[in-house]
Design a protein around this ligand. Structure first.
Ligand code: C5P
Length: 207
């Protein structure tokens, strides 16, 4: 299995890193956060509560996995709803097979998320855990949202990331934690190029 597992905190730069590694190796890339965002948004649109397991399960079972790219899932509402539905064990289980099948793609795959190295692909040969200070991540995400045309207030972005990280770390199923064999990469003081170079140096020794 040639899988590169990229996990980490929200807005740490893991998505950019995952895309660049996928390009470098010619692998397919899956941003698994989009799965949870799509489920969360579907619950909101149906007028449900993202913490309600029944609403979460109904949404995940109705999810059109082929149409993920068709929606704008980047906003704060989708992120907060994602972080709530993702704590529902049945929602995570329902998304497991799709992620594992993606991980089996040839010649290889890069998946980024929170539990790729710990739960989805514990045997992945190369695992990177990406993080950065909350301030750094909030500033990056805030600028990214503005660039994408979203209305964004820095303090709200900061609070969103803080709450989501806390929820992701504390949940009982698949909590956000580095795999014991992951390369820990703090991107606070690094440019995107430096992040890529350091990750590539590690990954190239593993695959
Ligand atoms: O990565 P992103 O910020 O898009 O993820 C949105 C939310 O989805 C996260 O805060 C987390 O709660 C959840 N998530 C997860 N497991 C993943 C990917 C995302 O629980 N593999």
């Amino acid at each position: 299995m040639t899988v590169i597992a990229i996990d980490g905190t929200a807005a740490s730069g893991k998505g950019t890193l995952a895309r660049r590694l996928a390009d470098a190796y010619g692998f397919d890339h899956l941003d698994t956060g989009l799965l949870y965002r799509a489920v969360g948004l579907a619950v909101l649109r149906a007028g449900g509560d993202p913490e309600d397991p029944i609403a979460g399960l109904a949404a995940v079972l109705a999810l059109d996995l082929g149409a993920l790219g068709d929606q704008d899932l980047r906003g704060d509402a989708a992120a907060q709803a994602a972080s709530r539905v993702s704590a529902i064990p049945g929602v995570r289980t329902a998304l497991l097979d799709f992620q594992r099948a993606f991980a089996g793609r040839k010649p290889g795959a890069v998946l980024d998320g929170r539990d790729i190295g710990t739960v989805i692909c514990p045997d992945a040969p190369a695992k990177v855990f990406v993080t950065a200070t909350l301030e750094t991540r909030a500033e990056r995400r805030w600028k990214e949202l503005l660039q994408r045309g979203h209305e964004a207030i820095y303090t709200e972005v900061f609070d969103d990331l803080r709450q989501r990280d806390e929820r992701d770390r504390r949940r009982a199923v698949a909590p956000l934690v580095p795999a014991s064999d992951a390369f820990l990469l703090d991107t606070s003081q690094l440019t995107a190029d430096q992040v890529f170079d350091q990750a590539l140096a590690f990954v190239s020794r593993r695959i």
